[in-house]
Design a protein around this ligand. Structure first.
Ligand SMILES: O=C(O)CCC(=O)C(=O)O
Ligand SMILES: [Fe+2]
Length: 389
C-alpha cells in the first residue's frame, strides 16, 4: 500500500509527565519531512499530542460568551462588495460599504472583481491535484527548508534550537508556498510540474491578484478620504507570496486547528477556498464567524501593515481554520507585503494633534523576524507596536 514508507517519516521521542500526558521531547531528523497528509494516510484514529490545542484555543461550540472560543454565530456573515458598482453614480455609497466592511470586519468578499472564474477554478484544481494525486516522495522533491518563509512544500514544525519556529502546537495543515513577485523572485522551476498547467496557472493567477490588490488598496485608501495611491505608495513594490494550504480530514476536529488564530503580517491578503469550508474570522474580538465559501467571490483580508498605515482606523483581520473529519480542504491565499527594507508608519494625512499616531514605525523586515521568532501564539503580533495613549 505504500503507507508504511510514509509513516517512517514520523519518528519522535516521547516522554510522559506526572499526569501521564505524553509529549515529544525531541524531533528526529526524519520528522523534518513529516506532512500531516502522511499521518492521515497511516490511518490514525487519534491525533498525536503535538497537534492538540490548549483548551482556550480549541474550536469549541459552547464556550462562555466573550471568550476566544465563542460560538460561531451564523446570523452574521462577512460583507459582500460588488466591484461593478464603482461606476460614477454608485461610487460614494460603494466606498461607504467598503469603509463599513473594513471598520467592522477587516474583511469582505468581492464579486465582479474581473478575475475570470475559470482561473480561480484552475488554480484550485492544480493545487488539489498536486496535494491529492501526487505521491508523497514526489511532493517531497519540493520540500521547503525548515528556515523561515522558504519556498516549497511544508508543514509547521515544532520549535527548533535555532528558534526558527516557535510554537509547540502544530497546525493540521500542509502547504505549498510560492514566491511570485517581484518577478526577480519568481522561478516557476521551483514549483510543481504536475499537473502540467500548474506553473502557468500560478503565474497567471499571481499577475491577476496583483492587479486586484492594487485596485482594492486604492478603494480602501479612498474610503478613508485618502488619495487612491496612499496605501500602495506606503507599501511600495509588492512582495507577493501565494500559499496553497491543504487540510487533510482530521479524526479529532474538536481538539485541533487547521491554522491557529493569527492576523496576516503584510498589507492585504486575497483568499479563495473550495466548497468544504473551515475558515473563521474573529468578529468584535470574541466571536468566531465562519466564512462560508461563496461561489467565485474572493475574500479580502486586511493585514497588519494596513492597520499601521491607517493608524488603526482599519484593523487587521484575525482568522483561523478549523478542521473536519470527512473532507480534505484547500485554500489559496495571496499575500501582498512590503519589501523587508520598507519603513511602515501611520499615514501623515491621518495624524494630527487630536488624532496622534497609535503605532510605532517599524521596518517591515524587523516585523517579519519578530513574527517568525515569536509566532502568532494566537495573538496579534501588531499589538507590540501600539503606543500608549
Ligand atoms: O485556509 C484558510 O482559509 C486560511 C489560510 C490563512 O489564513 C493563511 O494562509 O494565512
Ligand atoms: Fe492568514
Amino acid at each position: 500500500m505504500g503507507t508504511k514508507a510514509k509513516v517512517s517519516f514520523w519518528v519522535w521521542k516521547f516522554e510522559s509527565d506526572s499526569i501521564n500526558r505524553t509529549y515529544p521531547m525531541q524531533v528526529s531528523e526524519e520528522a523534518i519531512v513529516t506532512r500531516v497528509q502522511s499521518l492521515v494516510q497511516s490511518g490514525l484514529s487519534r491525533v498525536p499530542p503535538q497537534y492538540i490545542q490548549p483548551l482556550h484555543a480549541r474550536p469549541l461550540h459552547h464556550a462562555p460568551p466573550g471568550s476566544d472560543s465563542d460560538s460561531d454565530s451564523d446570523s452574521d456573515s462577512v460583507p459582500v462588495i460588488d466591484l461593478s458598482l464603482f461606476d460614477p453614480t454608485a461610487r460614494a455609497s460603494s466606498l461607504d460599504a467598503i469603509a463599513r466592511a473594513c471598520r467592522d470586519w477587516g474583511a469582505f468578499h468581492v464579486t465582479n472583481h474581473g478575475v475570470p472564474p475559470s482561473l480561480l477554478a484552475a488554480v484550485r484544481r492544480a493545487g488539489l491535484q498536486f496535494f491529492s494525486d501526487c505521491p508523497l516522495p514526489d511532493k517531497l522533491r519540493y520540500a521547503c527548508s525548515p528556515s523561515a518563509a522558504s519556498e516549497g512544500y511544508g508543514s509547521k514544525l515544532l520549535a527548533t534550537s535555532d528558534g526558527d519556529t516557535a510554537s509547540h502546537v502544530l497546525d493540521w495543515r500542509d502547504y505549498f508556498d510560492h514566491h511570485t513577485l517581484p518577478l526577480s523572485r519568481r522561478n516557476p522551476n521551483r514549483w510543481p510540474d504536475f499537473p502540467s498547467d500548474y506553473r502557468d496557472t500560478v503565474a497567471t493567477y499571481s499577475d491577476e491578484m496583483k492587479l486586484l490588490a492594487q485596485k482594492l488598496l486604492a478603494l480602501i485608501s479612498e474610503s478613508l478620504g485618502l488619495p487612491p495611491s496612499c496605501i500602495e505608495d506606503a507599501v511600495g513594490e509588492f512582495y507577493q507570496n501565494i500559499t496553497i494550504s491543504y487540510y487533510p480530514p482530521c479524526p479529532q476536529p474538536d481538539l485541533t486547528l487547521g491554522f491557529q488564530s493569527h492576523s496576516d503580517i503584510g498589507a492585504i491578503t486575497l483568499l479563495i477556498q473550495d466548497d468544504v469550508g473551515g475558515l473563521q474570522i474573529l468578529k468584535d474580538r470574541h466571536n468566531w464567524v465562519t466564512v462560508h465559501p461563496f461561489s467565485d467571490a474572493i475574500l479580502v483580508l486586511l493585514a497588519d501593515q494596513t492597520e499601521i498605515i491607517t493608524n488603526g482606523k482599519y484593523r487587521s483581520c484575525v482568522h483561523r481554520a478549523i478542521t473536519n473529519p470527512d473532507r480534505a480542504r484547500l485554500s489559496v491565499a495571496t499575500f501582498h507585503d512590503p519589501a523587508k527594507t520598507v519603513k511602515i508608519s501611520p499615514a501623515s494625512e491621518l495624524i494630527d494633534e487630536s488624532s496622534p499616531a497609535k503605532y510605532r514605525d517599524v521596518v517591515y523586515g524587523d516585523y517579519v523576524s519578530s513574527w517568525y521568532t515569536k509566532g502568532p501564539e494566537g495573538k496579534r503580533n501588531i499589538d507590540a507596536l501600539v503606543l500608549d495613549s
